[in-house]
Ligand binder design. Structure first.
Ligand code: AMP
Ligand code: MG
Length: 399
């Protein structure tokens, strides 16, 4: 048996970061920057108004209340050209160019219109009032984001504000997902006695998407050497990583083993963890392949423990593991010593003081996917007798 940390170490050592690519902003959400990202120009690139109101010379307003002559209107998007002379004001909208000669904005709420195209200024302005200066947000050449930054919606907005169409990132990995098993039926068709539906493939495709990668459906194949071989070869040609489920334990028809051993350098592990004990990992022509167990809960837990951190590393993320935090067990989480780490599917809920409380989400058998679906965390019970009600337990948050 191998422990979780050792298996993770071997896996991460074989899953290098993907080569950088230039992606359009619309495709870069969640990607990680490959290098420093620099501002192409100042933001704002011209002095403009932060308010709807009147552009004035601040010195002219010293004796407010008083009236000024309105000599024009500056709308957002209109080219510069207007000027404010002594005793004058220009009606101005938020984002419009500050007219030449003006050095302050009086907000419209502090004015009233007066006879003969004049405006009454009710309070004196100071130079710079409500003026946005060029480069106040960003300077041309300034480093916006360092390498390793995960791009969220705000980052994409900043990139758009400096005129970037594309950004150099570690691209999302294409991850192939293959289900194996003679008993599996894909989709809603009739089940003959002995058959079950393929739940792992839709689940793993979704886990891949949630991990920020591109899911590639390699289908459902029977326990047949030629069919498994063809599907894995297709995956190796088209994907950056492959996930298979089923056929990696010690059953008689586990041809995944035969095929992967022929194609690549594989480890066949019994990991000291429950669920998710059997795990195959290796590379085929440099493509990492994860042979996940067939039991649906084991497949999902194995993805979380081993495949997700590897995919995160391949896609340039610095934080590859799910957060682990202390929680209070609202029900006993008991177990027997067996040399393994036990993962209990739990619902984690914060209380008013921000402490996290956990209770099991349902049955803990590795075929009981419903309780896994209801869980939002895994309680980590090290070898021993578990945790009594009210005790503290470390949990891995899945959301
Ligand atoms: P195996 O790892 O192939 O021995 O499968 C272990 C258990 O998981 C068996 O009960 C299988 O029927 C079940 N299983 C395997 N693959 C899937 C799948 N894609 N969807 C649902 N159950 C599966
Ligand atoms: Mg099987």
């Amino acid at each position: 048996m191998i422990d979780v940390e050792e298996a993770r170490r071997v896996i991460l050592a074989s899953c290098p970061e993907l080569a950088c690519a230039s992606l359009p902003l619309a495709e870069a959400l969640g990607c990680v920057t490959a290098g420093r990202v620099v501002a192409g120009h100042d933001v704002p690139s011209f002095a403009n108004s932060a308010m709807d109101g009147y552009a004035v010379r601040a010195a002219d307003t010293a004796g407010a209340p008083l009236t000024l002559a309105v000599v024009g209107t500056s709308a957002a998007g209109a080219a510069p050209g207007l000027a404010v002379g002594p005793g004058q004001a220009v009606r101005i909208m938020t984002g419009a160019v500050l007219p030449a000669g003006a050095d302050a904005i009086v907000m419209v709420e502090r004015t009233s219109s007066a006879e003969g195209n004049r405006v009454t200024i009710e309070v004196a302005a100071s130079p710079g009032d409500h003026v946005r200066h060029p480069g106040e947000d960003l300077r041309a050449g300034e480093v916006l984001f360092g390498p390793g930054t995960e791009l969220g919606p705000g980052h994409l907005g900043v990139l758009a504000s400096v005129g970037a169409h594309t950004v150099d990132v570690v691209p999302p990995a294409r991850v192939g997902v293959l289900s194996t098993g003679d008993e599996l039926v894909a989709g809603p068709g009739e089940l003959r006695p002995g058959q079950i539906r393929d739940s792992n493939r839709p689940m793993l495709l979704a886990l891949v998407a949630r991990a920020g990668c591109v899911p590639v459906d390699l289908g459902t194949v029977p326990d047949d050497e030629a069919a498994i071989l063809a599907a894995i070869e297709r995956g190796v040609a088209d994907c950056d990583a492959i996930l298979t489920s089923g056929g990696v334990s010690v059953g008689d028809f586990d041809y995944v083993k035969t095929v992967l051993d022929r194609l690549g350098e594989m480890h066949w592990w019994q990991v000291a963890v429950r669920p998710a004990k059997p795990l195959a990992f290796g590379t085929v022509e440099g493509v990492p392949v994860f042979g996940l167990p067939g039991n649906p809960v084991s497949a999902m837990v194995s993805f979380e423990l081993f495949a997700r951190p590897a995919l995160r590393q391949m896609t340039g993320h610095r934080d590859v593991f799910r957060p682990e935090v202390p929680a209070i067990a609202d029900e006993p989480l008991l177990r027997r010593p067996d040399g393994k780490l036990h993962l209990v599917r739990v619902v984690a809920t914060p209380d008013d003081e921000g402490r996290i409380h956990v209770r099991p989400s349902g049955g803990q058998g590795s075929h009981l996917l419903h309780a896994m679906a209801l869980a939002n965390a895994l309680a980590l019970l090290p070898d021993g007798d578990g945790v009594a009600e009210g005790g503290t337990v470390k949990v891995m948050l899945l959301t």
